[in-house]
Design a protein around this ligand. Structure first.
Ligand code: ZN
Length: 358
């Protein structure tokens, strides 16, 4: 909702605590009520004052905060393209940004491995929210296949789960800026509609692959939620975190799988060194097989800011289109619910006409 409309809405707090409620009560008609209140002036708007100063650790979190916050929030994201959150250490600049923030959003569930201690210490002095932990019911989390980690943190790979953080972000921002509540409600609702359409589109896209081709081999174990939600068997060379080296045995086992299952393509990740995937490709070739590098996926970091791949929606669209194309399927046009997103970011993919969404 635009700010001018927001300012015209009657302020509930003022109505409740107003000086002359007995005068107001008979004026049931909304227009008369607003005309009466207007001489008092509109509630101070956050856009006119300072926006909420929010810090997010990873792009997947920062983008959702920016989408829902709109003009009510300024978002600083600590980790840019190609940055691996599992091994990331905070710089002096990051610490200053976090110390000066009104609110710090992070994913949680051990994603920000090295940053966890810093975030714990900051939590005593600044509001911090681990969005995955706050939003996703434990029953819908997946256990990590590594004893050092409780739950797999790569929750954003299932769009229906990441959509759950929208309400947490909205509620948190509304507490900090109650005057923004109507706008935050509207923006969160609109964003959730986009994510619901995206979830369906990813599902249909993966379903275009022949059943025997639904095998996804990537650099590390970031895609289990994606596989569970959309029907792919997933294999990462490295485990849930990238902080341990993959051994020769991991490379050999992955090459065996590629040969046995006749996997046509495997994938590098933008935030992980490509050498392990390249080693698998070399091992397959050494045995007379062939496998392509199907492209680069965004697992734990978004693409370049200011481009469509630098948005959370773009991350899922890019990954899905890359996987489906390399494994022999075909993505349908983007849903009409994403037409505004596609136009805003000049996405070079067809979009369905309104009413054509399946
Ligand atoms: Zn990861």
């Amino acid at each position: 909702m635009p700010w001018d409309q927001l300012a015209e809405k009657p302020d509930r707090r003022r109505l409740r605590g107003g000086m002359l409620p007995w005068l107001i009560v008979p004026l049931v008609a909304g227009l008369a009520l607003m005309a009466y209140l207007s001489p008092l002036g509109p509630a101070p708007s956050r856009a006119a004052a300072a926006p909420i100063n929010a810090v997010a650790t990873v792009g997947m979190v920062g983008d959702v905060v920016a989408e829902i916050g709109g003009a009510c929030v300024n978002v600083t994201t600590l980790m840019g393209p190609g940055i691996d959150p599992h091994t990331y250490r905070a710089s002096a600049r990051d610490l200053r940004a976090m110390q000066g923030a009104d609110i710090i959003f992070y994913a949680g569930l051990t994603l920000e491995g090295q940053l966890a201690d810093v975030l714990d210490r900051l939590a005593a002095r600044r509001p911090t929210v681990a969005v995955s932990e706050a939003a996703v019911p434990p029953a819908r989390l997946m256990e990590a296949n590594d004893d050092r980690f409780g739950m797999d943190p790569h929750v954003w790979m299932d769009v229906s789960l990441w959509a759950l953080i929208a309400d947490v972000v909205r509620d948190t921002l509304a507490q900090l800026a109650p005057e923004c509540e109507a706008q935050l409600d509207q923006r969160a609702a609109a964003y959730k509609l986009q994510l619901a359409a995206l979830h369906q589109w990813v599902k249909e896209s993966i379903a275009s692959l022949p059943a025997h081709r639904r095998v996804l081999v990537t650099a590390h174990d970031a895609f289990f939620y994606y596989g569970r939600a959309y029907g792919l068997e997933v294999h990462g060379i490295q485990g849930i975190s990238t902080d341990a080296e993959a051994g020769l045995a991991d490379i050999r086992a992955t090459a065996d799988l590629v040969i046995q299952r006749q996997v046509p393509a495997i994938f590098v990740e933008s935030s992980v060194n490509p050498r392990n995937i390249e080693a698998v490709q070399a091992a397959v070739r050494a045995r007379g097989g062939a496998v392509e590098i199907g492209g680069e996926l965004y697992s734990d970091a978004l693409g370049q800011p200011g481009t469509w791949r630098g948005t959370y929606i773009g991350m899922l669209v890019h990954n899905t289109a890359t996987i489906v194309e390399a494994l022999g399927g075909q993505v349908p046009p983007l849903p009409a619910a994403l037409a505004d997103w596609a136009a805003r970011w000049q996405v070079p993919l067809p979009v369905a006409a309104p009413g054509e969404d399946g």
